[in-house]
Design a protein around this ligand. Sequence first.
Ligand code: ARG
Length: 460
Amino acid sequence: MANLWSGRFEKGMDEIVEKFNASIGFDERLYACDIQGSIAHVTMLSEQGIVSSEEKDKIIDGLKSIKERIDKGELTFTVKSEDIHMAVEGTLISELGDVGKKLHTARSRNDQVAVDTRLYLKEQIKEILENLIYMERVLLEKAESYADKIMIGFTHMQHAQPVTVGFHFMAYFQMFKRDIQRLQDTYERMDYCPLGACALAGTTLPTNRHRTAELLGFKAPTQNAMDSVSDRDYIIEFLSDASISMMHISRFAEEFVWWNSQEFSYIAIDDSFCTGSSIMPQKKNPDMAELLRGKVGRVYGHLMQILTVMKGTPLAYNKDFQEDKEGMFDTIDTWKASLRIFAKMIEKTEFRMDVIEKHLSKGFLNATDLAEHFVKLEIPFREAHEIVGKMVKYCEHHNNDFCDLTESDLKEIDERLSLEKMPDLSIEGCVNARVSFGGTAPDEVRRQIRQEEDWLNAFA
Ligand code: ARG
């Protein structure tokens, strides 16, 4: 079959050109959206009297039958078909004859590919949102069950202040919440239909783009035909959203890796999420957490790739844009799979509170609480900081802790100190007292959980 555009050519494409030019190897994935777009388009054409109602019916039946056969794997394409748009239209024409030739009236592949990718991405965004929401449910449940379990909060990977495990989970909850909101924003902004923009400048035929947009479930048609066919911002935005979310996944996965190490042993990742070594019989490696940490690399790569592809492309359509799909598809697959697997892994992970507890006495986790206590005794914070710093130095020197200090030790450090001015410095007391809004006190963490539960339940 000659190419559908071959009228002005003396000869066909060179074989290597045909292969290099073709996108059917990857854009076949868009077939259902391509057919959905064509059905809406021909429906609009018939409503506008551009094709007859009988012609529309024949074309729609033909398209549906093509879809069914692709679904079942009965219809496959080669590079001869060039891309999914040519493959479907070419098949339609070879099966229907002249009627099939009317489908491409008042559209071009430029607006067609744009509508296909938007339709596809909109569906995928909905699925990814479901995965993100599932992740949020898991985090909320975990936060609830660990709302008052105390662990170490780190800065610079050094013991900083005690926090609850539930509080830590809720920190990730906030990150994935922003990922959800960001993705919703992207969806809102891309929910406009480019079909009918034609090659770049619209058409002389009496089309109704508002109707096509409505039939395809878009908010409205895009405003400017030239922008409609040359805009790939929605893919870039999607890849940015994915990059940020994968970065969140990677940070959390990194914590799983070190929490799972022999040195920490805060958690023991479930056997079903680990693998062994081919040489060291004792090994149980946190491969899933490492892979999750690693997968972010390819998604950043896809974002950089599309930004670079788009840079410097003049208006309107350029073939460079064909390079927009593989990275988008891979990002969809990677992000979805990462969310799914990580949520399941988190669900199955329990913290070893007995191990964590042994570390709580190390590193003066209650030093800031002591300084704040002195502030309540009317000592300016900078001075209180200095005094506690000296107490830490003294304790480190004598290899003991705040609670081991005697009256004379205290006087030696600072004459304003005395045993009776020393507060309850138990780790539980410190955590329970951090009741400031957004703080780590169990009651405050529960307040955060209640509030976010309401937000999450609105999705149900
Ligand atoms: N396969 C092409 C793409 O993915 C479809 C649009 C082709 N348009 C054109 N004028 N060559 O971008």
